[in-house]
Design a protein around this ligand. Structure first.
Ligand SMILES: Cc1cc2nc3c(=O)[nH]c(=O)nc-3n(C[C@H](O)[C@H](O)[C@H](O)COP(=O)(O)O)c2cc1C
Length: 338
């Protein structure tokens, strides 16, 4: 049987050598507190590329300083940030991996500024009450996402992912739990989707490469969006020429699943893949090669996003290949050990 985990896949002319994605993970390591890429980021991302991950996705990167979760988040709101990102991309490319970046704004989950913004003035948990965004401020946010994409392009990234999950700004617009607006951005699902739609359409004016969107396909609340809502929304994303939905869950309100277990979010990726006929990424407690292979072979997802297991083991692709009784190419320097 030919394995799928180590088979290539192409999105808009960008070919990933395998289906393994380093899932975006905030490292809170921009210790100069100005959003700049630091030496740690280079080592961190390059080492997983040496480990033969097919796609390295750089963590949630703020498109405005106020959009940071913490003051040590990575940023891409200033032209001065571009060189650092270019450095990451070059080091990742050196090892045959492709590089992606996740563009983000924390909205009401930001802990950086005195004043925080959200679609509606509803606080998350203990964090302070946000100001409701005006329509001019919404336009500014869309421009900031677009400028982030422009800089990502200049830095040489192969793929951009829009972070619309985990209760951050875009997710706050999507969810009826956090969006109580009465204008064209609130009310129906279509209206709540308008902010994301406009961001995508605007990014597409400056970026013609592959575009992924991460969503939280379960809000863990009866009053939240349902899986059917997310399938409808994914159909619209497909119409917008989005290449892949990266399917996570939770984070909109302080609620979660009663239990987590291996692959607990995979059924969401599968339902969206089938319901909206769009490629999906599966993420969440995927830790073995056999588990990843099962997901791909059964048509439940097209990419496998690995987060914490890659923190434990930067060479996880090698372990997975051994499990699947296949060999993968070693970095030249490591051939004697591979
Ligand atoms: C340290 C850490 C930071 C994370 N930061 C992000 C992030 O920047 N963007 C994002 O979409 N998810 C983030 N996540 C979620 C992961 O991408 C992933 O969805 C989650 O950890 C489940 O996958 P896993 O079981 O393989 O760890 C983070 C997770 C961890 C552990």
């Amino acid at each position: 049987m030919t394995n799928k985990l180590f088979s290539p896949i192409t999105f808009k002319g960008i070919t990933l050598k395998n289906r393994i994605v380093m899932s975006p993970m905030c490292m809170y390591s921009s210790d100069t507190k100005d959003g700049h890429v630091r030496p740690f980021h280079i080592s961190h991302y390059e080492s997983r590329a040496v480990g033969q991950v097919g796609l390295i996705m750089v963590e949630a990167t703020a498109i405005t300083p106020e959009g940071r979760i913490s003051d040590q988040d990575l940023g891409i709101w200033d032209d001065k940030h571009t060189a650092g990102h270019q450095h990451i991309v070059e080091r990742v490319h050196e090892h045959g991996a492709k590089a992606a970046i996740q563009l983000a704004h924390a909205g009401r989950k930001s802990t950086v500024n005195e004043t925080i913004y959200a679609p509606s003035s509803i606080a998350f948990d203990q964090i302070k009450k946000p100001n409701e965004l005006t329509s001019d401020q919404i336009n500014e946010m869309i421009t900031a996402f677009t400028n982030g994409a422009k800089r990502a392009k200049e830095a040489g990234y192969d793929i951009i992912e829009v972070h619309a999950a985990h209760g951050y700004l875009i997710n706050q617009f999507l969810s009826p739990l956090t969006n109580k607006r009465t204008d064209q951005y609130g009310g129906t699902l279509e209206n709540r989707f308008r902010f994301l739609r406009r961001i995508i359409e605007s990014i597409q004016n400056v970026w013609s490469g592959p575009l992924f969107v991460r969503i939280s396909a379960d809000e863990y609340s009866d009053q939240g969006n349902s899986l059917e809502d997310f399938i409808a929304l994914s159909t619209w994303l497909k119409e917008l020429d989005i290449d892949l939905i990266d399917v996570s869950t939770g984070g909109v309100i302080p609620a979660g699943p009663s239990e987590v277990y291996p692959g607990y979010q995979v059924p969401h990726a599968e339902a969206i893949r089938q319901g909206a006929n769009i490629d999906t990424g599966a993420v969440g407690l995927i830790t073995t090669g056999i588990q990843a292979e099962e997901i791909l072979q059964n048509g439940r997802a097209d990419l496998i996003f690995i987060a914490r297991e890659l923190l434990r083991n930067p060479y996880w692709p090698l372990s997975a290949a051994k499990e699947l009784q296949t060999t993968i190419q070693a970095p030249n320097q490591y051939e004697r050990a591979w």
